[in-house]
Design a protein around this ligand. Structure first.
Ligand code: AMP
Ligand code: MN
Ligand code: MN
Length: 336
């Protein structure tokens, strides 16, 4: 009988044979990429590997409570035999830390849950779970790592942030089972939710006020924008706009929501959300980004107004097509 190895088996085997690992979180990091990298790093160290962590961008303040978070730096590979990129669907997601020569010397592993994954690594394990952190939990259990409170806190933070505290449509019984397992191992759900959701700074209030005032609802798409001028006037950093798109997407008539952020380097960061039944990952992918059906994003070169117009139009088309599809099916059935 032939025994087929899953991607997870292959990654577990590579880790068992490995010595030094460099773990990358994606640019503009969120709780899932940071929590997954830290949780895996602690697990690898337990197994005797040297594990270092890297990210091109600073870790947002609400994640500074995570054990080991101070070790993040915009580092490049040196003498590692394993390079692992977590929660990222393509190589551009590690920003300018990619370096062909140094990456070629190591085994490149990618663990991710985005439907738009481009399979760029030597070994890719992708599963459409609610968070990458759940995949890391499965991997650590397979490797017989003892879950301690530090590992559990990092991984539960990944689940809680990507599911907006178990509220997103992709939250499954398996997500809750993983969370229970992590709480049993010592993670405090109350501490995590308090840290990530309840410490907004006053910048946020000053920035969201004007941004909400200029929000526009048009053909089922609710959008707003954050310009460099708005940041100056609110005396706020870009970080203060995190979460705004989630808030917009709670509005009743919004089938899709978008926030356009002028990054100040000639690019616009686009965050997209949608109600179940509308898939925004295709629009993000078409503009060079990626993500999930209900949460996706891209970074586009161009002027704020011009990028916004192109993407709002694409979103409106997506909303229209999704609303028309069941209508078309119904009329075909009626004609039968
Ligand atoms: P955000 O709106 O930044 O919270 O991103 C929503 C989802 O889209 C997250 O899962 C991101 O990892 C993903 N995403 C955002 N930008 C990109 C991109 N340029 N390429 C691939 N995925 C992205
Ligand atoms: Mn992420
Ligand atoms: Mn994720």
């Amino acid at each position: 009988m032939q025994i087929t190895m899953t991607k997870r088996d292959e990654i577990a085997r590579a880790i068992r044979a490995g010595h030094r690992a460099l773990l990358f979180a994606h640019v503009m990091p969120d709780g899932d990429t940071i929590g997954s990298v830290l949780g895996l790093a602690w697990g690898l160290r337990q197994l005797g590997l040297v594990a270092r962590v890297a990210c091109a961008d600073p870790v947002p303040a609400e994640l500074h409570f995570l054990p080991g978070v101070d070790e993040f730096a915009p580092r490049r590979p040196s003498d590692e035999d394993l390079i692992m990129i977590l929660d990222a669907s393509d190589l551009s997601r590690i920003g300018d830390l990619y370096d062909q020569e140094r990456f070629a010397a190591a085994l490149l592993i990618n663990i991710d849950h985005h439907v738009t994954n481009t399979h760029f690594a030597d070994l890719t394990w992708i599963e459409p779970r609610a968070s990458t952190a759940e995949l890391i939990l499965d991997l650590l259990l397979q490797l017989d790592v003892r879950l301690d409170a530090d590992i559990a806190t990092c991984l539960l933070t990944g689940i809680v942030t990507d599911t907006r505290c178990f509220c997103t449509a992709n939250t499954e019984p398996a997500t809750l089972r993983a969370a229970i397992r992590l709480m049993d191992a010592g993670a405090s759900l109350a501490q995590i939710t308090d840290a990530v959701f309840s410490h907004r700074s006053m910048d946020v209030i000053r920035l969201w006020g004007p941004a909400l005032c200029r929000a526009v609802l048009s053909d089922g798409v609710l959008w707003t924008e954050i310009s460099q001028e708005m940041l100056r006037q609110a005396n706020a950093t870009l970080e203060a706009s995190n979460g705004l798109v989630n808030f917009l997407s709670t509005m009743h008539e919004a089938r899709a929501a978008a926030v356009f952020r002028e990054m100040g380097d000639g690019t616009v960061d686009v965050s997209l959300r949608s109600k179940p039944g509308i898939d925004v990952s295709g629009v993000a992918f078409a503009f060079g980004g990626g993500g999930h059906a209900q949460a996706a994003g891209c970074q586009v070169v161009g002027e704020l107004a011009e990028v916004r117009e192109r993407i709002v139009r694409a979103l409106q088309q997506e909303v229209r097509a999704s609303l028309e599809a069941p209508e078309r099916i119904r009329s075909v059935i009626e004609r039968l």
